[in-house]
Design a protein. Structure first.
Length: 500
């Protein structure tokens, strides 16, 4: 982003259009890079003078200054002095007081001599250190630009457009990657809705004037959003700009801005602590449901909504959408209720902050409701998922034969269930005529007899575990018990088998 004083826009025809740099600006970009490269190891004051000359020679000084502003962020300036400037100044001022003040060159030299003696140095070193930490005296110690001249022009155009968005009231975006765009919008804390248009879907991001007092932070968030917009292949952005009290319209497209190396915002996890807390606790459970962040949009009349989560059942193509509705403004709540009223033909669960008092209204729209205060109780969600799961298990049980005969000598129930894409519970009523069920493992009787014959009193648990694991059995305790043994623990030496 650039500072507002470097903004270059055209207001022709009542519009508000950034004056983007084109390939004709490449030589100026190359010169700006060269100025910095030639001044490595030289004082900042000299660099500033060279940049001033560059601006004077340029057809547009704001463009030259914009290039320099971007490049300066890649530069490293350091204080180059034989002594720490603060210590040198303190010693010089104390010495000046001792000699009764400094009014002549001779008195100044006496003060420097006294200061140098107290610092164990020489007068010239003290003198050169006095103001070495002033900004203009600092030295350009390192300059490693990440842009070529062409890339600097592109980076300038992005920064110029971001600055133009500082005063946006509303932004409307069409993108070839709408899901990533919505995710970025939510993470930036911007108010938005997704509207259906004749051509496609349009993300409408509302500015602060509709709900809040305008802040610099909100304008900066609009600017940051543009970085994510620019990563899509095709996009168009139309913004309403408050141009010193006059509303103007600005339109940007992927033809205007395409910056090599622009990365979308890092993926901060969640929009709120409530969502983050719920996701962390839910993902710590061993369930047959996978938690999906920001699933596909749902149709809601003339707009769409993207729920916070979805639960995907691991054993069938079944998805439950999950929205966490926290406290927000009355306008937001009313809009959300309108969206929920228009969501049809999907399973939707809504966790509602009890302070909103809208749980019954949502339930009346045929959605499942989980009230919460402070944080969403994972148990309440799991209990509800179990209800769905019971129906799904009953449905899938009809697809599994009454008898199954796996080819393997030893196989776990979980593997059999996975092979038939059902939950393990579905196998509870299935008969396995060629195997015996030991714990949660199916073992052919002759193989089981062979294994049990190898177990004996006094065998170490480690030895038994190794023997059974070689045959693909992890449920050691069930097989040991089947053989009529139990494990006796003998201090630190480990466990051994003995008769029950």
């Amino acid at each position: 982003m650039l500072t507002k004083d470097l903004l270059r826009v055209s207001r022709a025809g009542g519009r508000y259009q950034p004056k983007f740099a084109d390939r004709a600006a490449r030589p100026l970009a190359a010169k700006a890079i060269g100025v910095f490269q030639r001044h490595v190891g030289i004082r900042r004051a000299d660099l500033d003078a060279a940049l001033s000359d560059l601006e004077s020679d340029a057809a547009d000084f704001k463009l030259a200054r914009g290039f320099a502003s971007l490049l300066e962020r890649e530069a490293v300036f350091e204080t180059d002095a034989p002594l720490p400037p603060t210590r040198a100044r303190r010693a010089a001022f104390e010495a000046a007081m001792e000699v009764g003040g400094v009014t002549t060159d001779e008195e100044r030299q006496d003060a420097l001599t006294h200061a140098a003696r107290s610092l164990g140095s020489i007068p010239d070193a003290v003198d050169s250190s006095l103001v070495a930490d002033r900004e203009i005296e600092q030295v350009l110690s390192k300059f490693d630009p990440r842009w070529t001249p062409d890339e600097l022009v592109s980076q300038y155009n992005l920064s110029l457009a971001q600055t133009a968005l500082f005063d946006a009231i509303e932004v409307r975006i069409q993108s070839s990657d709408p899901k990533a765009l919505v995710s970025a919008t939510k993470r930036l804390g911007l108010m938005y809705e997704v509207r259906k248009t004749d051509a496609d879907r349009e993300l409408v991001v509302t500015g602060p004037d509709t709900l809040f007092q305008r802040t610099r932070r909100y304008g900066t968030s609009f600017a940051r959003l543009l970085r994510s917009v620019a990563t899509a292949g095709e996009w168009q952005l139309t913004a309403t700009i408050d141009d010193r009290g006059t509303e103007r319209e600005m339109t940007l497209t992927s033809d205007d801005i395409a910056v090599p190396g622009v990365e979308p915002m890092a993926e901060p996890a969640f929009d709120s602590e409530v969502e983050s807390d719920f996701a962390a606790r839910f993902r710590g459970l061993d369930l047959d449901w996978e938690l999906v962040r920001e699933p596909e949009p749902l149709e809601t009349g003339t707009s769409v909504m993207i729920p916070d989560f979805a639960f995907d059942y691991r054993h069938s193509d079944f998805r439950i959408f999950f929205e966490i509705m926290g406290f927000w403004t009355p306008e937001y709540v009313e809009k959300k209720l309108g969206q929920l009223a228009d969501v049809e033909d999907v399973e939707l669960v809504v966790a509602v902050d009890e302070s909103l008092g809208v749980g019954e209204e949502i339930a009346a729209r045929d959605h499942r409701v989980i009230p919460y205060t402070g944080s969403v109780r994972v148990k309440d969600v799991v209990d509800l998922l179990r209800e769905y799961e019971a129906d799904l298990v009953a449905e899938s049980a009809a697809t599994v034969p009454d008898e199954l005969s796996p080819d393997e000598d030893v196989i776990g129930l979980g593997e059999v269930a996975d092979a038939h894409d059902v939950a393990v519970e579905v196998l509870d009523g299935v008969v396995f005529p060629d195997h015996e069920l030991v714990g949660r493992t199916l073992i052919r009787p002759d193989v089981l007899d062979e294994l049990l014959d190898q177990l004996e009193v006094g065998m170490s648990l480690d030895e038994a575990t190794q023997m059974l694991s070689n045959r693909g059995i992890s449920d050691v305790s069930s097989v040991v018990s089947k053989g009529g043994y139990e494990v006796a623990w003998e201090g630190l030496s480990g466990g051994v088998l003995r008769d029950k």
